[in-house]
Design a protein around this ligand. Structure first.
Ligand SMILES: [Zn+2]
Length: 191
């Protein structure tokens, strides 16, 4: 799955940008409020109202730019999610045949990582979609990773990092027969 790096880093970048915009937004609101937080003491009610409306204008003005950035990022995230949903494989579960083949290929042992790049030593019980099904991963033997219950649960619907992919493919060279491919991961194309 050569496009994993691009997908993974695009999404990490978006997440980072979103967090940065949220911090920017919070700082902008706070500094706008602080700027007018000291109204003249003893002024009449109309003066207080003037201070209040000035404060509101100030907040709106400073929040406009980070607000627009947050909306743009939100739209980008919604487009990505929509495309993930359209990519979804109509077949959710691996067939018994695929599960048998994938678990036999792994020698009945979980293929996931157990820290420091080592292979998990527990017996494989499930077929895990390496590229998550919910994000458009294929229900195919190419996207099948044999997993124990604990690893399967821990992984959830997270997109694996390119490093995880590389380490799994490297580990597979040790136990897969030379005839079968170590490459892992498959994503459905957009319909
Ligand atoms: Zn495991």
């Amino acid at each position: 799955m050569p496009e994993l790096g691009r997908i993974y880093w695009t999404r990490q970048g978006l997440r980072l940008a979103y967090s940065a915009v949220m911090v920017w937004l919070a700082v902008a609101v706070m500094s706008a409020l602080m700027a007018k937080a000291t109204p003249a003491v003893g002024a009449g009610p109309s003066a207080a109202a003037g201070v209040l409306s000035g404060m509101v204008e100030n907040v709106v003005a400073t929040v406009a730019l980070p607000g627009v950035a947050a909306v743009v990022l939100g739209i980008a995230a919604a487009v990505i999610t929509g495309r993930d949903v359209r990519r979804r494989d109509p077949v959710r579960r691996f067939t018994r045949q695929q599960r048998r083949e994938g678990i036999a290929r792994s020698g009945g042992q979980c293929e996931m990582e157990a820290g420091f790049g080592r292979r998990c030593s527990r017996p494989a019980e499930h077929g895990d979609h390496f590229y998550p099904w919910s994000k458009g991963g294929s229900t195919s033997i190419q996207n099948f990773v044999a997993a124990c219950a604990r690893c399967n649960r821990a992984k959830g619907a997270k997109i694996p990092s390119p490093g995880q992919q590389e380490r799994l493919e490297r580990r597979r060279r040790d136990y897969l027969p030379p005839s079968s491919s170590v490459s892992v991961g498959e994503r459905q194309s957009l319909p």
